[in-house]
Design a binder for this molecule. Structure first.
Ligand code: NAD
Ligand code: LMR
Length: 338
C-alpha cells in the first residue's frame, strides 16, 4: 500500500464569509487537491467574526471528513499563514448594488498590505496565493509587493469565474455541454472592462474539435452581447440576490486552485491573473489575466502567439489602462499609509 501523503496547509481568509461557506466543502472533501491529499485548514477572519467562524469550525467537524487533519481558526494573520502551502484570500468587503469593483480599492487595499507582510514573514516560500477579494487584480499586486521574499509568480488572482461564465454562455448559445468547450480566454481586469474572448476557443462536436466561432457563425454576438453579458454578470447577480456571487465563486476558486496544483490538460489553457511580462504588449508589472498553460507542480506560462486584431487590441489596452489606474491609486494609498 502506498504511504499516505503528508497533509498540506491551506489558509482561507474571510473564513466566516459567504464564499468560504461553499469553498470549504470543495477543499475539505478532496475535490481541489485530490482524494488522497490530507489537508490542515487555517481559517482567518476578524475578531468580531470569531464566534461565527467557530460555528463554521463546528460544522467542519460535523462533516466527519477523513482528509481533514486539523483546523486552526484565528484572527491573527501570523498564525493563519504560518507554514502554509496555499493561501486563498477571500477576506475583504464585497461590492454592494451600484458600486464598481474599483470602488472597493480604498476599503480593501490595507487588508492586502497586511496580508502580504504576514505571508512574507511566515508562509512557505513556495506558497501559492489566489486573491479573490476585490478588486482582485490590484489586491494581488499589493499583496505581492508586500511579500518580496516570495516569487512574483506565486501571486495570482481569480478570473476563472469570468471564464466559467463565458463558457456557460457559449455552451447555451451552441446548445452543447460546457465540457465540449475549451480555451475561452479572459484578458485583463476582473471588472467591467475585462475582455472575454471566444475567438481562440474550440468546441468538440461528435468527437471532432473545431473552431468555436466557425461553429457558432455569429460574429456580431461574439463581439457584443457575449462580451457585455460576461462583463456585467457579477453586477447582475448582486442585483438579483442582493449579495455578490458565492456558490459560483467558490466553484471557480476550486477550479483555479486545482489546475494550478495539478496542471492544465494537454492542448488546453486556462485564464488567471498573473504578473505581466510584456507578452501581448501589456507592460510588465501588473496583475493581468492571460491564457496560461500549467505544468504539474504549478509552473505556469503565458500562451504565446495568439493572433490579435484591432478589435482585440483595443479591448486589451482598455482593460490594461484601468489596471494601471488602479495600480497608481493603490500606490498612493500605500504611500499615505507609510
Ligand atoms: N474575483 C472574483 O471572481 C470574486 C467573486 C466573488 C466575490 N469576490 C470578492 O470576494 C470577497 C469576499 O466575498 P464574500 O461574499 O465571501 O464576502 P463576505 O462579506 O460574505 O465575507 C468576507 C469575510 O471576510 C472577512 N474579513 C474582512 N476583513 C478581513 C481581514 N482583514 N482578514 C480576514 N478576514 C476579513 C469578513 O469578516 C467576512 O467574514 C469580496 O471582496 C468579493 O467582492 C470576488
Ligand atoms: O461583481 C462582484 O462584485 C462580485 C464578484 O467579483 C463577481 O464577479 O461576481
Amino acid at each position: 500500500m502506498a504511504a499516505e501523503k503528508s497533509p498540506i496547509k491551506v489558509c482561507i481568509t474571510g473564513g466566516a464569509g459567504q464564499i468560504a461557506y461553499s469553498l470549504l466543502l470543495e477543499v475539505a472533501s478532496g475535490k481541489v487537491f485530490g482524494q488522497d491529499q490530507p489537508v490542515i485548514l487555517h481559517l482567518l477572519d476578524i475578531e468580531p467574526c470569531l464566534e461565527k467562524l467557530n460555528g463554521v469550525v463546528m460544522e467542519l467537524e460535523d462533516l466527519a471528513l477523513s482528509l481533514v487533519r486539523g483546523v486552526v481558526a484565528t484572527a491573527d494573520p501570523l498564525k493563519a499563514f504560518a507554514d502554509v502551502d496555499v493561501a486563498l484570500l477571500l477576506g475583504a468587503f464585497p461590492r454592494l448594488k451600484g458600486m464598481e469593483r474599483k470602488d472597493l480599492l480604498a476599503k480593501n487595499n490595507d487588508i492586502f498590505r497586511t496580508t502580504g507582510k504576514a505571508i512574507d514573514q511566515v508562509a512557505k516560500k513556495s506558497v501559492k496565493v489566489v486573491v479573490v477579494g476585490n478588486p482582485c487584480n490590484t489586491n494581488a499586486l499589493t499583496c505581492m509587493k508586500n511579500a518580496p521574499s516570495i516569487p512574483k509568480e506565486n501571486f495570482t488572482c481569480l478570473t476563472r469565474l469570468d471564464q466559467n461564465r463565458a463558457k456557460s454562455q457559449l455552451a447555451a448559445k451552441l446548445g452543447v455541454s460546457v465540457s465540449q468547450i475549451s480555451n475561452v480566454i479572459i484578458w485583463g481586469n476582473h471588472s467591467g472592462t475585462q475582455f472575454p474572448d471566444a475567438r481562440h476557443a474550440s468546441v468538440t462536436i461528435n468527437g471532432a474539435r473545431q473552431s468555436l466561432t466557425d461553429a457558432l457563425s455569429d460574429d456580431a454576438w461574439v463581439k457584443s452581447d457575449f462580451i457585455s453579458t460576461v462583463q456585467q454578470r457579477g453586477a447582475a447577480v448582486i442585483k438579483a440576490r442582493g449579495l455578490s456571487s458565492a456558490m459560483s465563486a467558490a466553484k471557480a476558486i476550486g477550479d483555479h486552485a486545482r489546475d494550478w496544483w495539478f496542471g492544465t490538460k494537454e492542448g488546453e489553457f486556462t485564464s488567471m491573473g498573473v504578473i505581466s511580462d510584456g507578452s501581448y504588449n501589456i507592460p510588465a508589472g501588473i496583475i493581468y489575466s492571460f491564457p496560461v498553460t500549467i505544468e504539474a507542480g504549478g509552473k505556469w506560462s503565458i500562451v504565446q502567439n495568439l493572433k490579435q486584431d484591432d478589435f482585440a487590441t483595443e479591448k486589451m489596452v482598455a482593460t490594461y489602462n484601468e489596471l494601471q489606474e488602479e495600480a497608481n491609486a493603490a500606490a498612493e494609498l500605500a504611500a499615505a499609509a507609510n
